[in-house]
Structure formats: C-alpha cells, structure tokens
Design a protein. Structure first.
Length: 235
C-alpha cells in the first residue's frame, strides 16, 4: 500500500518546525523597523531580512550555517586588506575598502608585508575556473574589453566616446553675459571679445548719484531745509 500524501506533508512540516531557528527560545524579537509596521494582528512581529543569516540561531550547525559558507572567502579578503582599512570598517561602520589594492609581498601603510595569494582574474584569464567572464568562442573580443561586449560593438562604442569627448572640448563657449553699470559700459577695455557686455536696466541705473532722479530729490531736500531756516530766522 502506498504512503498517504497527507501523512508525508505532516511529517515534513513537523520536521521543519523542529529547526533550531524556529524554536520559541530562538525567535528573533521585533526590531525598530518591525515596530513601525502596525498592519499586523496581535502586535509587532519580526520581518525576515538578508541579515538574518548572521543570527546565532541560524548558525548552530556548521553543516548548514550560512556564515560558514562564506568563511573562506571572507578570510582571504581580510588577509588581502590592510589592517587600517579593517579597523576603519569596524570602528566607523563603513564598508570594507582597500581589498587587494596592495600586491602580495609588498608593504602596507604600516610596513607590514601583505601575505595572501592572488586568485584568477575572472575578467581576463582564459583558464579561470568556470571560464572567463562573458567570453564565447564564436565572438571576437578586444584586449581591453572587460565587459564582454564583443567586436565590432566595443570598437564602435569607444570611437563614439572619443568623438563626443573631442566635440565637448571644441564647443564654442560664446554668449557669456557680464552685467555692467551704464556709466562704465562704454569705457571698459581689455575684455575678451567673446563676452557680451549688457548694460544695467534704467531702473537700476537711475539710483546712481549722477542720475536726474537723485538730483531732483536732493534739490527738493535743499529747498525744504532753506524754507525751515527762513521761518526760524523770521521775528
């Protein structure tokens, strides 16, 4: 008699419920982001994310631990990174930088010898594990083509970039406008011929000390002061 499907499902579900990270004592509590979600029923609950792979409850068994799968690669990356960059990443909580920037056998910033083994260049080495990046036998590639664009597309794109660069350098940058006051617009010299000198507007130029408007204003003030003096001098 064949096994009943429902029984198989029940046994698989029961085995999955016995996973260490699903036990009640290993449940991850709600964090700050979880508390912001008020759409759930029965209070806040933890939303799974990519960083859950680093939880202790997920790494109890080395055979299935996610962190164990990247242990070798992380160790090699740390060996190829200067100590100053590692400390900076840990203390200031920034991404790890400077990995493999100093070749093996060379001294780092503090005089320590970098001791690590360089792996295959998957972008260039034809004998790299799994084959070089985006390289096919029926396609020709330029030596500088690291993205696997192939010929003639790589050469065409590079020529277009060069033409655009030359055009940007040879653009006639005429038409620059320089604002100048009206009284000095005709007397300026030594300016480049490709610069257009634009006079100030009449409303701005009228505020100058030699403008008719300011002269009328000063004359009116003088007449008023004179009349006040005459009234004061009268017996």
């Amino acid at each position: 008699m064949s096994e009943r499907p429902l029984e198989s499902i029940r046994r698989a579900t029961k085995a999955a419920d016995r996973s260490p990270h699903l036990r009640k004592k290993n449940f991850t509590g709600a964090d700050v982001v979880d508390v912001l979600d008020d759409t759930g029923i029965g209070g806040a609950y933890h939303h799974d994310g990519p960083y859950d792979a680093t939880l202790a409850s997920r790494n109890l068994d080395k055979r299935y631990a996610p962190v164990e799968a990247v242990k070798y690669g992380n160790t090699q990356a740390l060996k190829a990174t200067p100590r100053e960059n590692v400390v900076d990443s840990l203390e200031h909580h920034v991404p790890l930088q400077g990995t493999a920037t100093i070749p093996p056998g060379e001294e780092d910033y503090s005089g320590r010898i970098m001791d690590y083994e360089e792996g295959d260049d998957l972008m260039r080495d034809a004998d790299a594990p799994g084959g070089p990046y985006r390289r096919y036998d029926h396609v020709d590639y330029h030596p500088n083509d690291l993205k696997g664009k192939g010929e003639p597309y790589y050469t065409i794109e590079e020529d277009m970039k060069k033409q655009k660069h030359v055009q940007n350098k040879s653009v006639d940058r005429t038409g620059a406008i320089e604002m100048q006051p009206t009284s000095h617009a005709t007397g300026r010299s030594g300016k480049a011929s490709n610069v257009t000198v634009r006079d100030r507007s009449a409303s701005l130029g009228s505020a100058g000390p030699s403008s008719p408007k300011s002269k009328r204003l000063s004359d009116g003030i003088k007449r008023r002061i004179g009349s006040i003096r005459r009234k004061h001098d009268d017996p």
